[in-house]
Design a protein around this ligand. Structure first.
Ligand code: G
Ligand code: G
Ligand code: MN
Ligand code: NA
Length: 254
């Protein structure tokens, strides 16, 4: 495929960009941290959504080097922010299932950590719940090793996967990230409220933090607050920002 080849080429030439979307403490409004989101400005086709190119990168395996690049660049940027006097915050980075299945995943991540000297306690890796569809033994082992380093694990897009809830007791997790589809009809469909409330209670009873993604309105925020949801991410707070815009935001909110 042409796009796959161009992607590999762009990666070699450092032509991908990273945006950072704020995550906010719902009770206090304080900034919790940011999620790194990759962007690709294609020379001819313009901006291509990761929803389009990530699946291709997963098929070809390019997601593996791409994922390391995203983590490494995020950690470097994070350290730049700290060196500019910005107080520490949480850095969330997406980890594809393909990466989680790599034998040397933990070694690679340890290399990035020691190279960038980032504090592991500040890193969260987001993995989708479909991870339980693949070989559980090795992925759990990887997640345990990452946890042992101090890295936190979040389940991304929670609630839309096909896996059973039983994996919640088997995996080393700290955070559930509720899929934005649960917020879409929150104000009009009572069933969505019941499901959302139940997920939040389930998570809390398992000792997990809950973050809602796709928060777009103050009405949604009010519902989340009443349900005791911990954190939120979405256009209501901020769109994904360039590193310069994120820097400006950090300066005003610290
Ligand atoms: O960034 P949105 O802005 O469009 O991202 C669309 C999808 O692409 C989301 O499901 C998001 O998780 C995924 N995505 C964005 N950046 C990355 C990345 O660096 N790695 C992986 N694996 N997925 C990413
Ligand atoms: O990795 P994850 O699936 O969490 O990626 C977040 C995705 O959701 C990205 O594509 C990001 O651009 C998108 N997003 C973030 N906030 C909002 C929002 O408030 N509304 C919608 N529709 N999408 C959002
Ligand atoms: Mn994510
Ligand atoms: Na998501």
């Amino acid at each position: 495929q042409n796009l796959a080849w161009e992607m590999a080429h762009s990666l070699e030439q450092n032509k991908f960009h990273l945006h950072y979307q704020p995550q906010v403490d719902i009770k206090t409004g304080a900034l919790l941290g940011v999620e790194t989101l990759i962007r690709w400005h294609h020379p001819r086709l313009g901006l291509i959504s990761p929803a389009e190119f990530i699946p291709i990168a997963e098929q070809t395996g390019l997601i593996v080097p791409m994922g390391y690049w995203v983590l490494q660049q995020s950690c470097l940027q994070y350290q730049r922010w700290l060196s500019q006097g910005i107080p520490p915050f949480k850095l969330s980075v997406n980890l594809s299932l393909r990466q989680l299945q790599e034998t040397n995943l933990v070694t690679e991540i340890k290399n990035i950590v020691s190279q960038t000297k980032i504090n592991c306690q500040q890193i969260t890796l987001e993995v989708t719940e479909s991870l339980m569809l693949c070989e559980p033994g090795e992925t759990i082992h990887h997640l345990n090793q990452l946890n042992d380093m101090g890295i936190q694990i979040a389940i991304d897009d929670f609630g839309v996967g096909y896996s059973s809830l039983s994996y919640l007791k088997d995996l080393p997790l700290q955070t559930l990230k509720i899929d934005k589809s649960f917020l879409d009809d929150l104000l009009t469909r009572e069933k969505n409220q019941v499901i959302l409330q139940t997920i939040i209670e389930l998570g809390h009873r398992l000792g997990l933090k809950i973050i809602a993604e796709g928060v777009e309105s103050s009405e949604q925020l009010a519902v989340l607050k009443s349900m005791d949801c911990d954190y939120g991410q979405g256009y209501l707070f901020s769109r994904p920002l360039t590193d310069q815009d994120a820097t400006a935001l950090f300066r005003t909110s610290s």
